[in-house]
Design a protein around this ligand. Structure first.
Ligand code: TRP
Length: 340
């Protein structure tokens, strides 16, 4: 039993508090995390320091950070099974980031595609934007994480975390850091935008009307988004990889992710549907039924700030107990004096 416990993989997930939590976040990621909570040792970190690398409204950021914490718990991540915490509450992240900066070549950061994309859009490029992947590497390796579930866009950053871990191990002490690997989830739904089924539903575009279903939207709003979902003109409800039918495919995929039925079962449920209008309404109803209880729990947590703070303080303490000793060891290894 004990051995089994120690052999569990350690998983580190980071999620930015900017933008609103969508059905895509839930069906594509968080729901899998909830399901797998018992199988692994999990760290869920709300990476508020990463959000600061682009302009934020301070009050808004604070609100979104608490709201996201409440959302993760409302979805079913529980502090009994997982460590759920806010990045800035655990000082090892920033302290250790500096240490990692001293072994990370500038060229590695300058070639990150996300940095190049974001920098190209800005007149003045902030140091934090460049350093972002080093902070992220620390998030992961200070917890000895084996696995990092990420979307395609973050794969390069996890690979950089591997390079940094190896650079440290090579220079200072072999096997000091676990070399993490990115896991791109294959299970779970890839939810596309309702306004454009060729583009992934994204938190970053959640403010654009009709694009995303936000979990905190009212029922009426959710139904309105589904009714306006982009489909095609041939009125055939089938699972098809034809790009022209991506809209219908997306609606069926959402329904499938919620019900857990196979393709046949899903199509059977729509056998008597009268066209896309019916399809959209029924998928909308299934989504509303699924998210209404989450929204309710979210509201309860937001209405009890003392309890939410208590849970987050508990998470931060658990996280600190793992990462601070690791960073202290690093300091020792690198030649700093660590006060006893
Ligand atoms: N950069 C990630 C994103 O934007 C968020 C993140 C920060 C992260 N630290 C992490 C993800 C550590 C996984 C592990 O999505």
């Amino acid at each position: 039993m004990l051995i089994k416990l120690m052999n569990k993989e350690r998983v580190f997930s980071g999620i930015q508090p900017s933008g609103e939590f969508t059905l895509g976040n839930y069906l594509g990621a968080t729901r899998n995390w909830v399901r797998d909570q018992d199988k692994k040792i999990n760290y869920f970190c709300i990476v508020d320091l990463h959000s600061l690398t682009v302009p934020q409204d301070p009050e808004e950021l604070r609100h979104q950070t608490r709201s996201l914490a409440a959302m993760l718990m409302a979805c079913g991540l529980t502090p009994e099974k997982s460590t759920i915490f806010i990045q800035s509450h655990v000082k090892a992240h920033t302290e250790g980031c500096w240490l990692l900066n001293t072994i990370t070549p500038l060229g590695w950061l300058q070639r990150m595609t996300q940095f190049k994309d974001k920098a190209a859009k800005q007149e003045s490029i902030l140091t934090g934007l460049l350093d972002y992947p080093v902070l992220m590497a620390g998030d992961i390796i200070f917890y000895d994480a084996d696995e990092v579930p990420v979307g395609d866009d973050q794969k390069q950053h996890v690979e950089l975390a591997r390079d940094i871990a190896q650079a440290f191990n090579h220079r200072y002490e072999e096997e000091f850091f676990v070399v993490p690997k990115p896991v791109i989830p294959t299970a779970g739904a890839r939810v596309m935008g309702l306004d454009d089924p060729t583009r992934k539903m994204s938190k970053s575009y959640a403010h654009i009307r009709g694009h995303a279903v936000r979990i905190l939207d009212e029922d009426k709003e959710i139904m309105r988004s589904f009714k306006k979902a982009v489909t095609d003109s041939d009125n055939e409800i089938v699972f098809s990889d034809d790009p022209a039918k991506a809209g219908v495919r997306n609606l069926l995929g959402i329904y499938q992710a919620i019900t857990g039925k196979d393709n046949e079962g899903v199509l059977a449920d729509f056998a008597d549907a009268r066209g896309y209008g019916d399809l959209k309404v029924r998928v909308g109803e299934a989504v509303i039924n699924e998210v209404a209880p989450i929204r309710e729990r979210h509201k309860e947590l937001m209405n009890d700030p003392a309890e939410l703070d208590r849970l987050l303080a508990q998470g931060a303490a658990q996280a600190e107990a793992v990462s601070q000793p690791k960073v202290d060891q690093m300091k020792e290894i690198m030649g700093l004096i660590v006060p006893k």
